[in-house]
Design a protein around this ligand. Structure first.
Ligand code: KG4
Ligand code: ZN
Length: 354
């Protein structure tokens, strides 16, 4: 039934971190002009539960995923109007990595059960490929031109990827220490802001002066596409220590704005450099940090100023964070190539590369 068909309904399952998510996505158009319709995208966030610990506790995440998955499945099927999954769904997609292994296993075990019950093929999905394809789920996305440069910025990853066609990825550079989102979270903690810190820093930065403190732009001058945010984080730590020790009054908003500006400078400039070097026709920005207002605005400005007619695709704000629609969408590119996994051999991979 599946073979050769380009019109597929895919059920996506995502449990790599602290969101339990299930989605139903209709996909068509094949690799040449993929189109997606999100019929259901249910997310149950555990953020409040992990917040007191200042980060995600893997075993707590695992317990919650196990509890939530059946409930969310029912909600997703109902929302999508699926009465008979075996007949109306063509494939299951489950995130197998990268992520927290105990959390990933819960989604995998759940997917294995459904695969058998409904007799459906399964795609082993890569979480970062999910973030990469998310901009395709936005409204009015026309055919994306290649080559494409993707900036993927999340809590666990920061990478620049060259995409020559869907499913063919070459990582040009990545962080050598902290991910961008992780740096936001750590600096937020220094400022005694709640977890996750990215949205909090971004909120404070809105009314702060980004020229108040001069933080380093790590690796900006290096002619590669790697990042390093650990030194920047330490610079903020020392600055705060000095201010506090010397009892100098300061505004958290100014620290937040100056830190955010440093991160965005590096992300934006390296992405634009990669786009120029590889003559990219399109640029994509995805991952949790893609929700950052300044990053979005500065990427838009940079692309406009450059006058190279590069198209910019930002992940829709409602889908920058972890969700299962992106997992279903990424799986489409594998399903149309018949790239299915043996459900019995599905395994969690904490550091799965793109
Ligand atoms: O992609 P994501 O939801 O989960 C992972 O795959 O890691 O990314 C979460 C990260 C967190 O570090 C969070 O602080 C950051 O994205 N984040 C932001 C913003 N919203 C979320 N960082 C900066 N500005 C934001 N507005
Ligand atoms: Zn993510």
């Amino acid at each position: 039934m599946l073979k050769g068909s380009q019109d597929l309904t895919i059920l996506g399952i995502e449990t790599s971190c602290d969101e339990t998510a299930i989605a139903v996505v209709d996909a068509s158009g094949g690799l040449a002009s993929p189109k997606f319709r999100v019929r259901a995208n249910i997310i149950s966030s555990q953020i409040k539960m992990h917040a007191p610990y200042g980060g995600v506790v893997p075993n707590l995440a695992k317990r919650e995923h196990i509890r939530n998955l059946p409930i969310i499945l029912e909600q997703a099927l109902r929302k999508a109007g699926i009465g008979d999954p075996q007949k109306e769904i063509n494939a299951i997609a489950v995130t197998v990595g990268p992520g927290l292994e105990p959390a990933l296993w819960t989604g995998i075990t759940f997917a294995q059960k459904l695969t058998q019950e409904w007799n459906l093929p399964v795609v082993a999905a890569n979480h970062m490929e999910g973030h990469l394809v998310t901009p395709l789920l936005g409204p009015r996305v026309s055919k994306v031109a290649f080559p494409l440069i993707a900036l993927l910025v999340s809590g666990g990853h920061t990478e620049i990827v060259l995409v020559k066609s869907w499913g063919k990825y070459q990582v040009l550079g990545e962080t050598v220490d902290d991910a961008a989102g992780e740096a936001f979270d750590k600096v937020a903690r220094m400022l005694e802001l709640p977890y996750p810190g990215g949205p909090e820093i971004s909120r404070l930065a809105r009314t702060g002066n980004r020229y108040s403190f001069s933080f380093p732009r790590p690796m900006l001058q290096q002619k590669n596409y790697n990042f390093s945010f650990s030194g920047l984080k330490t610079a903020v730590l020392y600055q705060l220590r000095d201010l506090r020790e010397q009892k100098i009054p300061f505004s958290k908003n100014d620290i937040a704005a100056s830190f955010e500006d440093a991160v965005i400078d590096v992300l934006m400039l390296k992405t634009m450099r990669a786009a120029a070097e590889h003559k990219a026709k399109s640029i994509i920005v995805g991952g949790g940090v893609a929700a950052n207002t300044q990053l979005r605005a500065r990427m838009r400005d940079a692309v406009k100023k450059e006058k190279q007619n590069r198209a910019l695709y930002l992940a829709p704000l409602s889908m920058t964070g972890d969700n299962a629609a992106m997992i279903a969408a990424s799986a489409y590119f594998h399903a149309v190539c018949d790239d299915f996994a043996n459900w019995k051999k599905l395994e969690a991979h904490a550091t799965l590369p793109l």
